[in-house]
Design a protein around this ligand. Structure first.
Ligand code: ATP
Ligand code: MG
Length: 647
């Protein structure tokens, strides 16, 4: 592949990162500015100019799908054989290889979900064993492991961080320690153990480290803003004393701090590697100026510790439609309206796979699955156990597991095994049957993906790969409208994006209330959602959960400022003022002057007013406030509002 082709379609800043000599490179940039494109090209550039062999590059992406896409793109650029994987998949592979030397004996099995063992540990610790408590303990254990905290170090660390724990600290410690003991006794590995053992293998076995470092010489990490201390430790173990590392990330898209991730590693990269080539990108190549403007407005209002670059995105694409804002009476009505719009778009020629419906929590998916089934549009649910929990997928996995070795080539063998499970040659009619068929087809595509990197893979190997993915909640791609949580949507893009369920309590999620950092993470989630859209963005919310239910919900506080003043929905969301001039967020007077426009606050208003609180209260109509039994004086005795009243 000649260099000019590799350099085509890159701007000057991207090119600087692509062609930087081997060594540390850091790209700090906003959504849609071409970070992923840049690292893919950089790998291709280094390989095609002979600086490194493709097989010596290890690229880490956030999802298995992103890894697959990167491998596909690199193959298309004439560079096959690059290892593009998630941290976990890379670690699993290395651990399998090094196991005989670092542990010995049969390889430990991957734990299929940790709730059962957490339940046993909780019972022994006399802690709560209901489903919600177990889930809370399990995520706390994940956070602790991702933060490199052993049960011994946990108590001191949470005290220092003033972290809210899912029960008395001694109890959490007991559950954590009990879980680890049960798991180790059963010779099982959980997901975080893959990383811990990999790091330990390299740190403690110099022979293993030498062999590894001989094999991999160049490292690339996408979505580096969400790296956890545990992942960073693995990365450091991979690198050793070397510095051939390219990282790209956007602090404004940090959305996993709840799971231990931190943008600190990204932001401190230039300090850690003073000789690093640091590139900042600002041009957004993904979205229309309308989408870019919404993203800029939202993130421009961000505050707090993680506030990344204040750089605004500069849209490069031609204009498209304005974002669409719609309020609905109840959730099923919202879902039905979204499904109807989608059906119309599909009938008008938009590909279903170019449309996504994104929501805050997985439970919101159900009502959209139903609504899309009713209008006969195929869909796939991403980002969750859901794919691997589907009945047809479970049946398929059992069939593959019990088929035993067949080395017909893997893809043919998988097709043969899935025939009796429902993989017909032609897609069946009926939305649900079609969705099931597409799940099975997605499994075949996974087999194709595996063969591309491991030509000798057989059915038992594929069965193991499926188990890994099921455990990692890394579902494959299926054609159809994508239903995904905002967390699962990161790095991806669609022509049309519906952001649904935008009510306070869902986005921002209820438990973030009162915690400024958590609220800001919710804002970044919406930023990730908005920036997934190439052309068209539709935002919606419903005032009640069920038809006829009390209209208790309020549109998300983040919508303030996004809805243009002249839009019908702005009457309430923007504080009941429908005038088209930009107005002060506090007192509502028209704004004059660039500074005032930028701050959306007039020079006369006090600067410490909690605008979000104000927005929330302002959004309450008198009838709603009455229904919520909020006495009027609450609104008027709040300190910030008193300040405004005086003003
Ligand atoms: P995110 O932060 O969401 O992960 P990103 O910075 O990784 O976004 P990419 O996914 O690499 O952005 O690129 C966004 C879109 O813009 C893609 O469709 C990509 O092909 C396109 N793109 C990137 N750079 C250019 C360019 N120089 N010219 C034209 N299109 C580009
Ligand atoms: Mg990206």
């Amino acid at each position: 592949m000649s260099a000019p082709t590799l350099e085509a379609g890159l701007d000057d800043e991207q090119l600087a990162a692509v062609t930087a000599p081997r060594g540390p490179v850091c790209v700090l940039a906003g959504a849609g500015t071409g970070k992923t494109r840049t690292i893919t090209r950089r790998i291709a550039h280094l390989a095609s100019t002979g600086h490194v062999a493709p097989g010596q590059v290890l690229a880490v992406t956030f999802t298995a799908r992103a890894a697959g896409e990167m491998r596909t793109r690199l193959r298309a650029l004439g560079v096959p054989g690059v290892q593009a994987r998630t941290f976990h998949a890379a670690a699993l592979r290395q651990l399998r290889y090094f196991w005989p030397r670092v542990v010995g004996g049969p390889q430990w099995q991957l734990l299929d979900g940790k709730l059962r063992l957490v339940g046993q540990a909780a019972a022994r610790a006399k802690a709560g064993t209901d489903a919600a408590s177990l889930r809370d303990f399990a995520s706390e254990i994940e956070w602790a492991k991702a933060s490199l905290l052993t049960p011994d170090g946990y108590a001191a660390a949470v005290a220092k961080l003033r972290r809210e724990t899912p029960g008395p600290v001694e109890q959490v410690v007991a559950v954590y320690a009990g879980y680890e003991a049960l798991k180790n006794r059963a010779e099982m590995l959980d997901f975080d153990d893959l990383l811990l053992h990999t790091a330990a293998a390299l740190e403690e076995h110099s022979g293993v480290a030498e062999e590894f470092r001989d094999r991999y010489r160049c490292f690339v990490v996408d979505e580096y803003q969400d790296v956890t201390p545990l992942q960073q430790r693995v990365l450091d173990a991979w690198l050793g004393e070397r510095d051939d590392l390219t990282v790209v990330g956007d602090a404004n898209q940090t959305i996993y701090t709840f799971a231990g991730a931190s943008p600190r590693h990204l932001l401190e990269f230039p300090r850690r590697f003073p000789e690093a080539v640091v590139v900042r990108l600002q041009r957004d190549y993904r979205s229309t100026p309308q989408v870019v403007a919404a993203a800029n407005t939202l993130i421009g209002a961000a505050r707090g510790r993680v506030a990344g670059s204040r750089l605004q995105l500069v849209g490069q694409l031609p204009p498209g439609p304005d974002p669409d804002f719609t309020e609905h009476d109840d959730e099923p009505a919202e879902a039905a309206a979204v499904a109807k719009k989608i059906a119309r778009m599909v009938a008008d020629g938009t590909q279903a796979s170019e449309i996504a419906v994104l929501f805050r929590i997985n439970a919101q998916s159900e009502v959209y699955e139903q609504a899309l089934t009713e209008v006969g549009v195929p869909y796939q649910v991403r980002g969750g156990e859901r794919f691997f929990q589907r009945a047809e997928v479970r049946r398929a996995m059992i069939a593959i597991r019990s088929a035993g070795p067949v080395d017909a080539p893997l893809v043919d063998a998988v097709r043969a095994v899935l025939g009796p499970v429902g993989l017909t040659a032609e897609p069946p009619s009926g939305a649900q049957q079609r969705a099931q068929w597409e799940s099975l087809l997605a499994i075949v595509e996974l087999a194709e993906e595996l063969v591309a990197v491991e030509p000798a893979a057989d059915l038992p190997r594929f069965a193991a790969e499926l188990e890994t993915r099921a455990d990692a909640a890394h579902p494959p791609t299926v054609q159809g409208v994508t239903l995904a949580s905002l967390h699962a949507a990161k790095g991806l893009e669609w022509d049309v994006v519906f952001l649904v369920g935008l009510v306070d309590g869902t986005l921002p999620i209820q438990h973030a209330d009162g915690d400024d950092e958590a609220i800001e993470e919710e804002r970044r989630l919406l930023y990730v959602g908005i920036t997934r859209a190439r052309r068209q963005l539709a935002l919606s919310w419903a005032l009640s959960r069920q038809p006829g239910g009390p209209r208790r919900r309020r549109r998300s506080r983040f919508l303030y400022g996004l809805i243009p003043d002249e839009h019908p929905a702005s009457r309430i969301a923007n504080g009941g003022r429908g005038a088209s001039k930009p107005r002060c967020r506090v007192c509502g007077s028209p704004l004059i002057g660039t500074d005032a426009l930028k701050l959306r606050r007039c020079g006369d208003c006090p600067s410490d007013v909690d605008v979000e609180l104000l927005d929330r209260l302002r959004g309450w109509r008198a009838d709603e406030a009455k229904e919520q039994q909020v006495p009027a004086y609450v609104v008027f005795t709040d300190a910030t509002l008193t300040a405004i009243a005086e003003h």
